[in-house]
Design a protein around this ligand. Structure first.
Ligand SMILES: C[S@@+](CC[C@H](N)C(=O)[O-])C[C@H]1O[C@@H](n2cnc3c(N)ncnc32)[C@H](O)[C@@H]1O
Length: 292
C-alpha cells in the first residue's frame, strides 16, 4: 500500500521539516521500537502524523485539534469513507460540468454558503459537510482555512487549472491508516491524559507571529495568543515531569529562546508555503524544541 498523504492542505503544513523530525524519531525508534504512544495535540493537516504512521507504526496514536470541522473530517474518513467518497465525487462532477471560470466561481460560492449553513446534527450531515470542506479546500485561495468573527469560512475562490477534488486512492489509504488512531477534539491540554510511558508528543501550535501581517492564518475563531503560548510551555513542563518526551515546532521568535531556556533548541531552515506575498516565499528559520 502506498504511503498516506494529508487529505487537506493546512496552513503551517510541516512537510518541509519532515527530515529533521524524522531524525528525532529514528532515535526514539532505535530505543523503543514501535512500542511507544504518539500524540499530536495540534494535528492540522497531519503531514507529520501520516509520515510517523507509515514509517514507524507506533503502538498507539492519538490526534487532537480544536477545529471541530477538521476533526469531523478525520472521523468521516475513518468511519464513513465510502459515503464521503460518493458525496465528494458528486461535487467534483458538478464542478467540472461548469465550463467557464465564472461559473466555477459561482458554484464555489454556493458550496461555501452551504458549508456555512449546514447544521451537523446527524451523521449524514457531518459527512456532507466534510465533503464540502474537502471541495472548498481544493478550490479555495491557497488552500487556506480562515473564518470570520461569526465563525463562517470566508476564503475566496482560488484559480487552479484542474484541481483534484476527489483523491479516491489517497482517501482509501488514509482510511486504512486511521483505523488504529484515536481522534479527539478540543483544547491541547486534554491530551496529557492519554500519555502512557513512553509517549512522544509532537506539538505544532499556531506560531508566534514574526510580523503583524502574518496573523492572517487564523485556523479557527479561537485565538492562540501569548497567554496560550505560556500555557503550552507549562504543558511541556508537565510532559517532562511525567517522564515522557516532546518535540515542539514554532517560529524563530526571540521570546521562545527565553521561555524554553531549560530545553534543547535547534534552529532549522524551513520554507513556508503559505504567504500572501509571492516574493516572501523564500527560506525562513523555525525552532525545534525537545526535552531529550
Ligand atoms: C500549525 S497548525 C498545525 C499544522 C499541522 N501540524 C500540519 O502539518 O498541517 C495548528 C493547529 O492548531 C489548532 N489549534 C489552535 N488552537 C488550539 C488549541 N487551543 N488546542 C488544540 N488545537 C489548537 C488549529 O486548529 C490548527 O489546526
Amino acid at each position: 500500500m502506498a504511503a498516506p498523504k494529508p487529505f487537506l492542505k493546512w496552513a503551517g503544513g510541516k512537510r518541509q521539516l519532515i527530515g529533521e523530525i524524522d531524525g528525532i524519531f529514528e532515535a526514539i525508534f532505535s530505543r523503543f521500537g514501535p512500542d511507544f504512544t504518539y500524540i499530536e495535540p495540534f494535528v492540522g493537516g497531519g503531514a507529520i502524523l501520516f509520515h510517523i504512521l507509515s514509517k514507524f507504526s507506533p503502538k498507539s496514536v492519538i490526534i487532537n485539534d480544536i477545529n471541530v470541522h477538521l476533526i469531523d473530517a478525520y472521523n468521516a474518513v475513518k468511519y464513513n469513507c465510502k459515503t464521503l467518497l460518493e458525496f465528494l465525487s458528486q461535487i467534483e462532477r458538478q464542478y467540472y460540468q461548469r465550463k467557464t471560470e465564472a461559473d466555477k466561481k459561482k458554484f464555489y460560492l454556493q458550496q461555501r454558503c452551504l458549508f456555512n449553513r449546514l447544521a451537523t446534527n446527524n451523521c449524514q450531515s457531518v459527512i456532507r459537510k466534510t465533503a464540502l470542506l474537502l471541495f472548498l479546500n481544493k478550490t479555495c485561495y491557497n488552500g487556506l482555512y480562515r473564518v470570520n468573527k461569526k465563525g463562517e469560512f470566508n476564503v475566496p475562490f482560488g484559480r487552479y487549472k484542474n484541481p483534484k477534488i476527489c483523491d479516491r486512492e489517497n482517501l482509501n489509504i488514509v482510511h486504512k491508516y486511521l483505523e488504529k488512531v484515536t481522534i479527539i477534539s478540543g483544547d491541547f491540554a486534554q491530551t496529557i491524559h492519554y500519555a502512557k510511558k513512553p509517549t512522544v508528543f509532537y506539538l505544532d501550535p499556531p506560531y508566534i507571529p514574526l510580523s503583524v501581517t502574518s496573523c492572517f492564518t487564523s485556523y479557527s475563531s479561537e485565538e492562540f495568543n501569548l497567554d496560550q503560548q505560556m500555557r503550552l510551555k507549562k504543558f511541556c513542563d508537565a510532559i517532562q515531569a511525567s517522564g515522557n518526551y516532546f518535540i515542539l515546532s514554532n517560529s524563530d521568535s526571540k521570546y521562545l529562546y527565553e521561555l524554553y531556556q531549560d530545553y534543547n533548541i535547534k534552529r532549522v531552515k524551513a520554507r513556508r508555503s503559505i504567504n500572501s506575498k509571492g516574493d516572501k516565499r523564500g527560506a525562513i528559520f523555525e525552532l525545534l524544541i525537545t526535552n531529550f
